[in-house]
Design a protein around this ligand. Structure first.
Ligand code: PHE
Length: 356
């Protein structure tokens, strides 16, 4: 009477053993225990048997059902375990492999120079100031003692913008960072020390001039600042920036409307080799001077109490000199080959000359 049930059991166990994955396993489970499964059908047939036979057959069917349920459950666990093991093996990563190289961006030489400038002047106690690229005539010229029709205006090849009202002086793209001197003095009570790094604009374009370029401006105001402080500050900066501890620095009398006296600053180099330092030749590098009393007064600072010095230099120019970059134009062309060649690793700190 139970022979057929033993056969079903053996058959099912064999089928379960042969099930390669959970899908095959599920098909076997449904074929046996599902709503129209084989065992379910046998259980339904029970009702047709006489009471005696039904008891014995029912007990046998229940044992079979228990056995099959156990076998099915055991096989499910086995299959799940081997599926997990296969997945772990397939997704295994070899942590000893070298990493794939990640494409790393580089710092543009202009940014690098400005970082170095900020670091050197920061160490000397200068804060960083900023101002807008579009300036009023007064900030860019008037307050700096360059009135309308002053010949210095002609040097600046200014980009003028449409005036706000007919007859008003047109706003300009700032021709230098010196208007930020004015803004700083108007808003910061002295003593003060700031540097400004930013874009400037002049209508000029060739291998050494760009209509947009960058300047570094410096301004220090205190009660007793002298030309000696100006010289010491700039000599220290130039030697630290170029990394040449004994870089020759020369101060040459000059003229700017907003400083008195004014000095242009030259550094020593060798004209033939292009090398900075010794060599006996001089290279003009920046403009400087003691802030003109009229400029102090224009900015609300009493020139009988306060005085100070200011300086300005081209960021591109000192970058080209330091790194031997011959042409100005590629600075703004975003040519990836140029950037790879002249760019700096963002992770390498600025190597400033020790002991300067
Ligand atoms: N603003 C001047 C220029 O652009 C440079 C300068 C700045 C000179 C500060 C003296 C003092 O040429």
């Amino acid at each position: 009477m139970t022979d057929d049930l033993d056969a079903i059991r053996q058959e099912t166990e064999a089928a379960l053993a042969g099930a390669a994955d959970l899908r095959a396993w599920d098909a076997i489970r449904v074929a046996m225990l599902g709503k129209s499964g084989r065992l379910t059908a046998l259980l339904k047939d029970l009702g047709a048997l006489p009471a005696d036979a039904r008891r014995a057959r029912g007990a046998a069917l229940n044992r079979l059902k228990e056995a099959l349920t156990d076998a099915i459950e055991i096989r499910r666990r086995q299959l799940e375990e081997s599926a997990l093991a296969a997945r772990l093996a397939a997704e295994r990563i070899d942590v000893t492999l070298p990493p794939r190289p990640l494409p790393a961006g580089l710092v543009h030489p202009i940014s690098r120079t400005m970082e170095e400038m900020a670091a050197i002047f920061g160490a000397m106690g200068f804060a960083i100031a900023e101002g807008p690229d579009i300036e009023s005539d007064w900030h860019n010229f008037g307050a700096l003692n360059i009135p309308a029709h002053h010949p210095a205006r002609a040097d600046h090849d200014t980009f003028y913008l449409p005036p706000e009202r007919a007859g008003a002086p047109p706003p300009v793209l700032r021709t230098h960072t010196s208007p930020v001197q004015v803004r700083t003095m108007l808003h910061t009570p002295p003593p003060l020390r700031v540097v400004v790094m930013g874009r400037t604009y002049r209508a000029d374009h060739d291998a050494t001039h760009s209509p947009m370029f960058h300047q570094l401006e410096g301004l220090a105001i205190d009660r007793d600042l002298t030309l000696g402080h100006l010289k010491g500050c700039l000599i220290d900066f130039l030697r630290a920036y170029f990394g040449i501890a004994d870089l020759p620095v020369r101060f040459r009398a000059s003229y700017f409307p907003f400083t008195e006296p004014s000095m242009e600053v030259d550094i020593g180099w060798d004209r033939r080799s292009g090398e900075l330092g010794g060599g006996g030749d001089w290279l003009e590098i920046l403009g400087s001077g003691m802030v003109h009393p009229k400029v102090l007064a224009n900015c609300g600072i009493d020139p009988s109490v306060w005085q100070g010095f200011a300086f300005g230099m081209g960021v591109e120019r000192v970058t080209m000199l330091k790194h031997g970059i011959p042409d100005l134009r590629p600075f703004y062309e975003s040519d990836i080959r140029w950037l790879r060649h002249y760019g700096f690793s963002p992770l390498a700190p600025a190597m400033l000359h020790e002991g300067v």
